[in-house]
Design a protein around this ligand. Structure first.
Ligand SMILES: NC(=O)C1=CN([C@@H]2O[C@H](COP(=O)(O)OP(=O)(O)OC[C@H]3O[C@@H](n4cnc5c(N)ncnc54)[C@H](OP(=O)(O)O)[C@@H]3O)[C@@H](O)[C@H]2O)C=CC1
Ligand SMILES: O=C(O)C1=N[C@H](C(=O)O)C[C@H](O)C1
Length: 241
């Protein structure tokens, strides 16, 4: 498979080495220094694009892939509030998109556990709920995309919770809110904690990434899945969860 890598930072470089190990070829590598090379002619040399840049440039990069008719795996976070307009553009161009805030197998299993736990806890108002994410200090967005996805899964399964809020120790929140706390500590690749706490006991589930390998491997497996497809997909489709 021929891959265009859009974003050649921590994730782009890890993805490159895993993709080559799996027998794929990198035909285009884009970072800030050659962003002008991201055009239809260059993109069409690839079967699929993998986009890991930042919240500001992600949407423009996706539109370039849609215009070129090249299906794209997107890992960039911090832009998902604009997903409806991105999906409208994708639909118009009849292209493929597979977006996930977290491509690791472990996090995707953790998310399934999160949904089940939220259903059980939705009848237990004596427990206070919080979500905490811990990442390296170079991370641009907070809360993490994964923490927002986890909170949204809880909202879908715990009717008394109405919204998530970005929180710190001074934030006032009510039982209707899901506070998300963000810590920035190097070199944390990504830790997510869901905690239900009562006077009697605590229930916690934690996912700790030890490195970026799981995110990158998942993104390459997602690209293998998306190759030749049109439409909108998630890691649930890839992993058949
Ligand atoms: N979904 C998932 O599983 C994961 C998602 N992420 C997300 O992926 C994104 C990237 O993370 P990470 O690799 O750690 O970040 P880095 O900062 O290490 O890399 C970002 C890359 O994007 C490039 N870039 C910046 N602006 C542009 C642009 N306008 N056009 C093209 N390239 C650009 C940077 O170029 P330069 O180096 O020249 O500045 C750099 O190569 C983040 O949003 C992060 O949250 C991260 C890990 C896992
Ligand atoms: O920026 C990162 O590093 C990560 N970002 C993703 C997120 O925002 O959830 C996934 C992972 O936790 C690493």
């Amino acid at each position: 498979m021929k891959i265009a890598l859009i974003g050649y930072g921590k994730m782009g470089k890890t993805i490159e080495s895993i993709a080559i190990e799996r027998g794929h070829e990198i035909v285009l590598k884009i970072d800030v220094t050659n962003a002008g090379d991201l055009n239809t002619e260059n993109l069409q040399k690839a079967d699929v694009a993998i986009e890991f840049t930042n919240p500001e440039s992600a949407i423009g990069n996706l539109y370039q892939c849609f215009d070129a008719g090249v299906p794209v795996v997107c890992g960039s976070t911090g832009w998902l509030a604009k997903m409806p307009e991105v999906q409208a553009y994708r639909l118009k161009t009849d292209t493929g998109l597979l977006q996930s805030s977290n491509f690791s197998l472990g996090v995707n299993i953790f998310m399934e556990v999160n949904k089940v736990l939220a259903r059980y806890m939705s009848n237990q108002p004596s427990y206070n709920l919080s979500v905490t994410e811990i990442h390296h200090t170079a991370k641009l967005d907070a809360p993490s995309g994964t923490a927002i996805s986890l909170a949204e899964q809880i909202l879908d399964n715990y009717p008394a919770k109405k919204e998530w809020i970005k929180a710190d120790s001074a934030t006032k929140y009510t039982a209707k809110d899901i506070p998300i706390f963000s810590d920035r500590i190097d070199p944390a690749p990504g830790t997510h904690i869901i905690k239900y706490s009562s006077e009697i006991d605590d229930i916690e589930i934690i996912h700790t990434a030890h490195n970026r390998h799981g995110f990158a491997l998942g993104a390459v497996i997602a690209a293998e899945f998306l190759n030749g497809k049109k439409g909108n997909y998630t890691m649930q489709d890839v992993l058949a969860l």
